[in-house]
Write a protein that binds this ligand. Structure first.
Ligand SMILES: CC(C)(COP(=O)(O)OP(=O)(O)OC[C@H]1O[C@@H](n2cnc3c(N)ncnc32)[C@H](O)[C@@H]1OP(=O)(O)O)[C@@H](O)C(=O)NCCC(=O)NCCS
Length: 207
């Protein structure tokens, strides 16, 4: 690692530009050309919306962000890793493993029964080291016709060390699901973004 102590914290709005830039440079570290990277730009961009729709954490040391992950809230019991990236000059030095440890903890707190992801073909070895197995192939969201290894790992939890935090995450997940239903017009008897904003503020989510 860097030698300096690594700490993990939830991502904030101020991090958005840094995370988007880090994601592009980290993905490009596999040797993809400019045209390929351009096609990935949209999918890799981190937006304010990303921070409210996913559980995003950054690893930092001495004020520098070294890597980050986004974890989708469980659907059908599965939490998707989307994405995980480490600064090119710090890959292979333990940052990814530290991020993964936190990611598993967050997935368990959110009540996931499994963690899933579509892996870059060059990152399969990392996920295997983290205990994931290839379960199939999934189409890339950025490159039509490109198929990616689908990987999963059971989130079989050790005893919950912090049930209060688990409850908080589960209610946060429920609140987000309700807010999404409202935004999609599935709760016609409640209208107005103020109510939705209120719910999200109550859940401690910045929009
Ligand atoms: C994949 C990635 C997140 C892993 O993070 P990292 O900080 O490099 O990983 P770590 O140093 O913690 O490595 C943990 C273990 O995985 C192995 N590993 C890391 N990256 C690997 C890779 N691409 N292929 C095979 N093994 C890998 C390490 O050698 C280490 O093994 P060990 O425990 O036997 O020593 C990071 O390399 C990265 O951002 N890569 C570029 C972008 C990318 O592919 N992101 C994932 C997109 S799906």
């Amino acid at each position: 690692m860097t030698g300096a102590p690594l700490s993990l914290r939830p991502a904030a709005r101020l991090d958005i530009e840094i995370l988007t830039d880090l994601a592009m440079r980290s993905k490009a570290s596999h040797g993809y050309d400019a045209a390929f990277m351009e096609r990935c730009r949209e999918e890799l961009a981190i937006r304010e919306r990303t921070l409210s729709e996913r559980d995003v954490w950054v690893a930092e040391a001495q004020g520098r962000i070294l890597g980050f992950f986004g974890l989708e809230f469980p659907q059908g019991g599965v939490s998707e890793v989307n994405p995980i990236f480490v600064e090119p000059d710090l890959q292979q030095s333990g940052v990814g493993r530290a991020l993964w440890r936190k990611l598993e903890e967050r997935a368990r707190f959110a009540g996931a029964r499994a963690i899933g992801l579509e892996s870059d073909p060059n990152a399969v070895g990392f996920y295997e080291k983290m205990g994931c197995r290839i379960v199939g192939l999934s189409p890339s969201n950025s490159i039509p016709g490109r198929m990616l290894p689908r990987m999963e790992k059971p989130a079989n939890s050790p005893p919950d060390p912090n049930p209060g935090e688990a409850r908080k995450m589960q209610s946060r997940t429920r609140i987000i699901a309700t807010a999404k239903q409202m935004l999609a017009g599935e709760c016609p008897y409640i209208e107005g973004s103020r109510i939705i904003s209120g719910l999200l503020v109550a859940a401690g989510i910045n929009r």
